[in-house]
Design a protein around this ligand. Structure first.
Ligand SMILES: Nc1ncnc2c1ncn2[C@@H]1O[C@H](COP(=O)(O)OP(=O)(O)OC[C@H]2O[C@@H]([n+]3cccc(C(=O)O)c3)[C@H](O)[C@@H]2O)[C@@H](O)[C@H]1O
Ligand SMILES: Nc1ncnc2c1ncn2[C@@H]1O[C@H](COP(=O)(O)OP(=O)(O)OP(=O)(O)O)[C@@H](O)[C@H]1O
Ligand SMILES: NC(=O)CC[C@H](N)C(=O)O
Length: 543
């Protein structure tokens, strides 16, 4: 009876980092060969280039880099491993997203991805041509079919592989996280396995890449469609399973089930991994942020410390005349609890200096949001100066609800490099704060309990100018994530005035979002690559 020892290489690659990625691939193959004579080592989609390589795929030297990396892998294959590896491959004038099968130093087969995703954050038709053929390889007596990521989201390719004789399907992936995606994948791949009548091994990459977080969670599904084992989410690792020939076909076993993870924990992990990889892969020493005593910066600090450790995180409280004493105290308390460097710098002198400089310009003009924005801008200048001097990335703290309605100041609290909560609605910010505090002391309770305020004028509260956050977030979810019209949102029971006001703000503030830093995507519709609206537009608002 044939047994294949399959290694799921749930790897964290660096986009464009061919040398490092290749080295990791080689080390993984060598470790696998030390365990078994002829292991099947399965890597994620576009392993050598990382995913998504975007316009690096258009650079003339891409082929040379891929060829060099492949040569290095082939030369290092001194044992009996079968390696399934992802890379871009030019054939004639066309570029394909391929899964190559390497054995004894040779590329013995190449499968060309057939379904090219071109929606949400995906843009593969800009770069790749689609393949149209199945690829089935005999690996030690088992007929193994190959597919690449989006292929499994459509019914065709798995069935096609089974018709071509595949008894087992290996699907290599670069599948980013969004809330609920693990369940979606399990159901979908289960259906495909049942329909094709063969088991499927699904190998995903892990790690942060700009706004995307790949959550790993590689898994195996039986021909009946049942998940028969899963690797952990959000962790790089190598996980073995066995494929054996049973009475009714190939059976998968030996992969333990990773403990279930609820969606709040998964979201927390996604934010942490997103920040860690962005900071480390861009070689920052650490991060700095403005800590106000409010929930957004409190949660941002908590994520940063989990991602990087307290020694790489600095918090700066920058009080002004409207800052409550409670805010100063709470910020200091959280910094002390987490053990981060905490600095207090008053913005009074710079604010006064700016107002003095503007005095003549502003003669006869009423005080308005200009003065409020100036406070935020003084803070932005201080944080960016600290960033420049110390090589620390400035984390901004704006959440999805604020970014949606433009409730933030350009070149003020929007100044910075990475917005941790960019895709986290305010109501979820609160849930995440409570989740974090259940793990151990972190955010002072008072920060979570008090009504949110930007403290830009006396006694200001966010809810003075916006509907309550639960209402706001419901409207935003329907409009931004589910593409509902104003009338559909009103028909769902929301107040018409609230709906019109919020939708108008969302549409008007496209210009602001276009200048916002990137941040971790955790929903199916973030304010990043998957929402592209014109700024200059004559479209009737809200329809
Ligand atoms: N279409 C367009 N294309 C390009 N630029 C455009 C533009 N429309 C306006 N602008 C520019 O943008 C400026 C207006 O934007 P900006 O300067 O940001 O100021 P603005 O949006 O007018 O004011 C900021 C708002 O955010 C609130 N806020 C600020 C800070 C923190 C928080 C919080 O709670 O976290 C809330 C604050 O209370 C105020 O309501 C205009 O003066 C103009 O220069
Ligand atoms: N006194 C302050 N000291 C330090 N940073 C501040 C201060 N006030 C505002 N900031 C920075 O500007 C961001 C926007 O703050 P603001 O208070 O205006 O709104 P917010 O969205 O309610 O944020 P938070 O919940 O963190 O207060 C804060 O998250 C923080 O990074
Ligand atoms: N790289 C891909 O083909 C990813 C597309 C796929 N639908 C996913 O999100 O998992």
């Amino acid at each position: 009876m044939t047994t294949l020892n399959i290694l799921m290489a749930q790897m964290n690659t660096l986009v464009g980092g061919f040398e490092g990625n290749t080295q990791k691939v080689i080390e993984t193959i060598q470790r696998a060969e030390a365990e078994h004579a002829a292991p099947v080592v399965v890597f994620p989609e576009l392993t050598l280039s990382g995913y998504p390589p975007e316009d690096l795929l258009l650079r003339p030297s891409i082929e040379i880099r891929v060829a060099k990396a492949l040569d290095q892998v082939r030369a290092a294959m001194t044992g009996g491993a079968w390696v399934i590896l992802g890379y871009p491959r030019r054939i004639g004038t066309a570029l394909y997203n391929v899964a190559g099968v390497l054995h004894r130093g040779q590329v013995v087969a190449e499968y060309r991805k057939q379904s090219l995703p071109n929606y949400q954050v995906f843009d593969e038709k800009r770069y790749f041509e689609a393949g149209d053929e199945p690829c089935v390889v005999d690996i030690d007596g088992v007929r193994v079919g190959l597919t690449v990521c989006e292929d499994i989201w459509e019914p065709g390719p798995a069935r096609q592989a089974a018709r071509a004789g595949a008894e087992l399907l290996l699907n290599i992936n670069s599948s980013p996280y969004h809330r609920g995606k693990r369940g979606e994948r399990w159901r979908l791949v289960g259906e495909r396995a049942r329909a094709a009548g063969i088991p499927i091994v699904y190998v995903n990459q892990v790690g942060g890449q700009d706004e995307l977080v790949f959550d790993g969670g590689s898994f195996a599904v039986s021909a009946r469609g049942d998940v028969c084992g899963a690797a952990p989410n959000f962790e790089e690792g190598e996980y073995w399973l066995q494929a054996r020939r049973g009475d009714t076909g190939i059976e998968l076993e030996g992969l333990a089930a990773a403990p279930p993870m609820d969606e709040l924990e998964a979201t927390w992990q996604a934010l942490v991994l997103g920040v860690r990889d962005y900071v480390n892969k861009n070689r920052f020493r650490g991060v700095v942020l403005g800590l106000s005593g409010g929930v957004d910066s409190a949660l941002t600090l908590a994520v940063a410390v989990e991602a990087l450790g307290p020694d790489r995180v600095e918090a700066v409280m920058m009080p002004f005349r409207y800052t409550a004493q409670m805010s100063v105290e709470d910020a200091a308390e959280q910094s002390a609890t987490l053990g981060v460097k905490h600095k207090v710098i008053s913005i009074e002198p710079m604010y006064e200096a700016f107002m003095t400089g503007l005095r003549e310009e502003f003669v006869g003009l009423e005080a308005d949001t200009t003065e409020e924005n100036l406070q935020a801008r003084c803070r932005g200048v201080l944080l960016m100066s600290i960033s420049n001097k110390k090589g620390l990335l400035v984390l901004t703290t704006g959440n999805k609800s604020e970014l949606a309605v433009g409730y933030s100041t350009l070149y003020g609290d929007m100044a910075g490099g990475f917005d941790v909560l960019k895709d986290v609605p305010k109501t979820l910010v609160y849930e995440l704060c409570r989740y974090r505090n259940r793990l151990g002391p972190c955010i002072p309770e008072r920060v979570i309990e008090r009504p949110p305020s930007a403290e830009l004028r006396p006694d200001q509260q966010d809810q003075d100018s916006l509907p309550p956050y639960d209402v706001l977030d419901r409207i935003l979810e329907l409009y931004v994530e589910q593409d509902c019209s104003a009338s559909a949102i009103i028909a769902s029971g929301m107040d018409p005035d609230d709906v019109h006001r919020v939708l108008r703000l969302v549409d008007l503030n496209e210009y602001k979002r276009r200048q916002a830093p990137i941040g971790v995507r955790i929903t199916q519709r973030g304010f990043g690559r998957d929402r592209r609206y014109p700024i200059t537009s004559g479209w009737t608002l809200g329809d």
